[in-house]
Design a protein around this ligand. Sequence first.
Ligand code: CO8
Length: 257
Amino acid sequence: MDYEMILTERDGAVGIVTLNRPKALNALSTPLVDEVVDALRAFDADPGIGCMVLTGSERAFAAGADIKEMKDLSFADAFGGDFISSWDRIATMRKPVIAAVAGFALGGGCEVAMMCDLIIAADTAKFGQPEINLGVMPGAGGTQRLTRAVGKAKAMDLILTGRMMEAEEAERCGLVARIVPADRLLEEAKTLAATIARHSLPSLMAAKESVNRAYETTLSEGVHFERRLFHALFATHDQKEGMAAFAEKRSPEFQNR
Ligand code: CO8
């Protein structure tokens, strides 16, 4: 499919989606988000892809939902049309998705980054939920995912003031997994994605699902869920191969089955 607001690229087993609306700092209009969902879904369904990277430009991962698109919405438009609900589909990919963030990740931009499985940030990255400055509040998961990622104190600090936080603070409080120099961001994200993609896909998908379950359930239910998936992986070829390779002191050759 031809896209107008994103670029897609395949690098071995890594699928890369780049937000490409530079004049608006990658503001997340509905058509842009629809393209992102479509591209991620295509990679998610592609048996040759093991991990995805979602990234933006040097200046902005994304400066939020498109304010110009939503400024005249009425309550009836927003509620009746379930405005922004399609964004949730970004969080439904079954393969790992890495957000590679440089520059601004604000409002919906921060929320989309948090829908990914882990965030790798350039040292130039700035995160924030500035919706309060616009007379609204986060609407695409910010009050929920940010609070789970960084805890109530920091989430309240960011959401109630609308301030931005630098990459270093974001890493310190657990929002970001790694910080890298800005000029190395994409290479580092691709290397990380390739490292992940080398593993057996069934085990990657099960591990992702199990970590995400930690946000949805109690500890005992989560551990139970984990145990069931762990047991299920013994039905795979790749479990036999992975453990045989260890015993034989060689590298495993996974077949994603
Ligand atoms: N939407 C639309 N256009 C934008 C956005 C945006 N979020 N951000 C930047 N742009 C545009 C600017 O209008 C400008 O366009 P133009 O040249 O045509 O005037 C262009 O991008 C460049 O921006 P600036 O000139 O402002 O660049 P600066 O370097 O001076 O400033 C900032 C960069 C600080 C990032 C600034 O652009 C800014 O504050 N942007 C808005 C950030 C923001 O408030 N984001 C939150 C948006 S709300 C949101 O995401 C809510 C999601 C859930 C909503 C649920 C509702 C139901």
